[in-house]
Design a binder for this molecule. Sequence first.
Ligand code: NDP
Length: 261
Amino acid sequence: MNVVEGNGARIPAIGLGTWELRGRVCARIVEQALRLGYRHIDTAQIYDNEREVGEGLRASGVKRDDVFVTTKVWTTHFMAKDLERSAKESLARLRLTEVDLLLLHWPNPHVPLAETLGALARVKQAGLARHIGVSNFSVALIEEAVAACPEPLACDQSEYHPYLDQTDVISACARHGMGFVAYSPIAKGRVKGDRALGRIGDRYRKTAAQVCLRWLLQQNVSAIPRTSKLERLQENIDIFDFELSDEDMREISATGRPDAR
Ligand code: NDP
């Protein structure tokens, strides 16, 4: 599996998103994903499925060290007195002793960023998270976070797909050695009906979703598509045997940047 590097973290280039996956469906999809070769699972405290993600991990039989597990702290736990307890509760639900990546889920302007980042760094120093990072941070907030955080930040996780230009945020991450993880990487399924992606896909015998995920991969971005369907699990990881041309890449990138056309 290709990896995206971020200040020492090696984030597998494709992961399984688990937002809205609940109960037995969630545990089963996580288990199947790992059996199919996924090595990166994305969950969050607010998704209310950490328990089921943990069940899926154990049922898969894949060794703990071979899986990259991300979870996120919700904004109501950003004060120094709350953050470590919140991280420990996530670990208890997952039944893990540490996660690979712990993210601040969303900026919270009501708590000083330096306070939250200090607490996040202490969680890493206590061995509860191998790496730490942020999510939904703008360029300005990334700059502020990098300056204030006592530990290096592995990545920013933000929405990114052909209909949303994130060039500035991705460049900011690169400037600071951070990786970028794309959420909603297939635009919540919208790319399925995209005629340009479909036409490009026909040339490679790939679906529009596969072309979209390959476009992300070729930008050295990690993507975490979610599906509740077994056949799509396979489809979304089957993107390592073809390469988009520079022209294809430019055409897809121009979709979200009408000014650049
Ligand atoms: P995605 O872009 O991953 O799209 C998921 C939707 O696309 C589902 O409805 C799924 O339906 C459908 N789908 C999946 N595969 C295919 C395919 N091959 N062809 C057509 N349709 C497909 O959206 P998400 O918003 O879920 O983003 C992915 C993950 O990112 C989340 O699950 C979560 O882990 C993370 N995330 C993080 C956020 C943050 O604030 N940090 C915010 C939002 C998401 P079906 O189940 O029927 O296959």
